[in-house]
Design a protein around this ligand. Structure first.
Ligand SMILES: [Zn+2]
Length: 188
C-alpha cells in the first residue's frame, strides 16, 4: 500500500464514470462502529457528497455496478501512526480502495461520547478519501474537503457541514514543501 500523498504527481484523468452513482461498500469486520454511528455516518456522507451520487452501504452491497470499497480498521499500518484515512494508490492511479482508522480517529477527536458526532467524523474522513479517488487527485487543496488537515472541530461540527465534495481544485501551494511532514499529518 502506498500512501497517496507520498508522491505528488500531475493531475490524472478522472474516472470515466464520474458523476454516476457510486456505492461505497463498507467492511467493518471488527464491528467498530455501533448502529447509531453507522446511521449518522450514512446521513453525513450523503450530505457531503451532495448530488454526486455516492452512498455508504454497510451490510449488503448489491446496488449499482460502480463500487468503492471502504475498510474500517482500528489502527493504521506501522509507520503511519496518527493517520486517519488512506486511499490506495497503484502506479499513477488512485484506486477505489479506501480505509478509515477508527482508533486513530477517536483519539484525535478526544474520544467524544456522541454517536452523531462520531458518525459525522467518520463520514468526513471517508468522503475526503473518496474525493481523492473520484477526482483522481493525489494532492490536497488549501481549503474544503480535500485540505490536508481537518481539525477535530471541523470533523465533529454539527451544522452546517463545513465540507462538500467538489471537482478538482488547485494544489495547496504549501504542500510541495510540506510533503515530509504530511507523513504524520492527520489525513494523508
Ligand atoms: Zn488526503
Amino acid at each position: 500500500m502506498v500512501k497517496h500523498v507520498s508522491i505528488l504527481i500531475a493531475l490524472l484523468t478522472a474516472p470515466a464514470a464520474f458523476g454516476d452513482s457510486w456505492t461505497v461498500c463498507v467492511t467493518d469486520t471488527s464491528a467498530l462502529l455501533t448502529p447509531p454511528v453507522r446511521g449518522a455516518a450514512t446521513r453525513e456522507f450523503r450530505s457531503v457528497m451532495g448530488g454526486h451520487g455516492a452512498g455508504l452501504a454497510f451490510d449488503k452491497c448489491t446496488k449499482g455496478r460502480l463500487r468503492i470499497h471502504l475498510l474500517i480498521k482500528d489502527e493504521p499500518p506501522n509507520g503511519l501512526e496518527g493517520v486517519l484515512g488512506l486511499a490506495r494508490r497503484k502506479r499513477d492511479r488512485i484506486e477505489p480502495q479506501l480505509q478509515v482508522f477508527y482508533g486513530s480517529l477517536v483519539r484525535y477527536l478526544g474520544e467524544p461520547n456522541n454517536a452523531e458526532a462520531l458518525g459525522r467524523a467518520v463520514a468526513r474522513v471517508a468522503a475526503h478519501e473518496a474525493a481523492h479517488f473520484l477526482n483522481q487527485q493525489p494532492h490536497h487543496c488549501e481549503r474544503g474537503l480535500l485540505q490536508a488537515m481537518l481539525s477535530a472541530y471541523e470533523l465533529l461540527a454539527a451544522e452546517p457541514s463545513p465540507f462538500h465534495f467538489e471537482p478538482q481544485c488547485a494544489p495547496d501551494a504549501s504542500e510541495a514543501q510540506a510533503t515530509a511532514t504530511l507523513a504524520n499529518a492527520a489525513i494523508p
